[in-house]
Write a protein that binds this ligand. Structure first.
Ligand code: UD1
Length: 433
């Protein structure tokens, strides 16, 4: 089984180019089937989650073609209208399968999708998605085999108030509403950059969506959508991961292809603990020298500190001086990496939804298991900062969301490799010792 083997204690130095945003791509790829015309989507990250979603879209009957590694053409015209069912062993593993509910319901007034999986970071209900679809006039049932079936004779715009701020439900309701009759208002909408990106994509197809990026989104239904060419925004979380990697390894990384405005919550926390963060038009340089200071962080919906950066930041703070506290307010099961970090020497105590961190001078290498996508990335950061060699198992989680993670780290001078067996692991160890 593939795992990472990492020799730490090398300050990472150089440049890294950030891929397109995974979470925007998942919404946009699903939204592309809302038209019968061809959509050409650029800057699609080549990661497991987008590959699985594209396979599901193809299985529906759409014509899906990679023009190059990061450019995908999707044409929904060939979708088999008598078989609007998405279910395979892979799609159940990704959370974003639920976006096909919104886009198929919007286009065909019928959708049947296997219940979403994704990272086990909490309960992750979909009641707000269902509430939105029902408000638009759909009937939604959960049938045997764990499938959600949504159907409607017609979809009619409504005023929808979200009980919680949810990225997934906001995007899903937008997709279901763009072709509905009349006006839909989503109140208490999520404001994440990828919501704006999905809305911009839909508008480039001829939709009429206003207010994305604020907490009130107004959608006026249109008769039909048309083909478009669109380029996805850079990945805020991949960028943030490399920013914290620069700090934890006391390195100096120029992170290219980013939108600095999207990074503000992360940039300001890293500056606050003592790192140097320099913003340019579309890149950010992060440098760190010596030990950082402690701080307090609470994860919040955008523009607050992103929950998807919580494990990476905790890993960095656990090497800082003094006591830090991280409070997780979005997902209830997001501290599973703490036990792994403890095996490297970290001192973190979890109390309720807070992690109380007592900074240590350094980590020592250990054999680790990635519990989920972002926690897996955090363990890679810890291993890069640690004394000695670490291995990280279950990297399938990390591959879901980071394109060429090991290659990008190697280009920064990090000693990391994917190995398939004991022999390859020994070879790496001999080479780096
Ligand atoms: C998306 C991201 C994920 C990120 C999260 C929060 C994708 C594919 N995934 O996940 O990486 O961590 O946003 O930024 O884009 N909730 C409900 N009912 C619902 C839906 C959500 O109670 O119907 C709750 C969730 O349990 C959670 C909170 O709302 O506590 C936020 O979840 P949401 O923003 O929907 O996360 P996802 O879309 O699943």
């Amino acid at each position: 089984m593939e795992k990472y083997v990492i020799k730490g204690r090398v300050p990472l130095d150089g440049e890294v180019t950030i891929a397109g945003a995974k979470n925007a791509a998942l919404g946009i790829l699903a939204a592309a089937i809302l038209t019968d015309d061809e959509c050409i989507i650029e800057n699609v990250p080549y990661v497991e989650d987008t590959k699985v979603l594209l396979r599901a879209i193809e299985a529906l009957g759409a014509t899906v073609r990679y023009i190059d590694l990061h450019t995908v053409s999707i044409c929904g015209k060939t979708i088999d209208k008598d078989n609007l069912c998405v279910d395979d062993e892979y799609i159940r593993r990704i959370r974003a399968s639920y976006y096909l509910l919104g886009s198929m319901l919007g286009k065909f007034k019928y959708a049947q999708v296997a219940l979403p999986g994704g990272c086990d970071i909490g309960l992750r209900p979909i009641d707000q998605h269902i509430k939105g679809f029902e408000a638009l006039g759909a009937k939604v049932d959960i049938v045997s085999g764990g499938k959600v079936v949504a159907k409607a004779d017609e979809l009619i715009g409504r005023h929808i108030y979200m009980d919680v701020v949810t990225v997934g439900a906001t995007i899903n309701i937008m997709m279901a509403a763009v072709l509905a009759e009349g006006k839909t208002t989503i109140e208490n909408a999520a404001k994440e950059p990828h919501i704006v990106d999905v809305a911009n994509f839909l508008n480039s197809m001829g939709a009429n969506i206003k207010g994305a990026g604020t907490d009130v989104i107004r959608i006026r239904g249109v008769q039909r959508l048309v083909g478009t060419e669109y380029s996805i925004i850079p990945d805020q979380i991949e960028a943030g991961t490399f920013m914290t990697m620069a700090v934890a390894t006391k390195g100096n990384i120029l992170i290219k292809n980013v939108i600095p405005k999207h990074m503000e919550a992360i940039s300001s926390k890293l500056s606050e603990i003592g790192a140097t963060v320099i913003e340019y038009d579309d890149s950010i340089r992060v440098m760190a020298d010596g030990r950082m200071k402690s701080t307090q962080i609470k994860t919040l919906p955008y523009p607050g500190f992103p929950t998807d950066m919580q494990p990476q930041m905790a890993t960095t703070l656990a090497l800082s001086s003094g006591n830090s506290i991280i409070t997780e307010s979005i997902f209830e099961n997001r501290f599973k990496y703490v036990n792994e970090l403890a095996r490297m020497g970290a001192r973190i105590k979890v109390e309720g939804n807070s992690a109380i961190i007592t900074g240590v001078e350094g980590y020592t290498g250990a054999n680790l298991v990635a519990p989920d996508l972002r926690a897996g990335a955090a363990l890679v950061i810890a291993a890069l900062a640690a004394d000695g060699i670490s291995t990280i198992d279950d990297i399938k989680y990390i591959l879901r969301g980071y394109e060429d993670f090991d290659g990008k780290i190697r280009a920064l001078g990090g000693q990391i490799e994917i190995v398939n067996d004991e022999r390859e692991e020994q070879k790496f160890k001999l080479r780096v010792s």
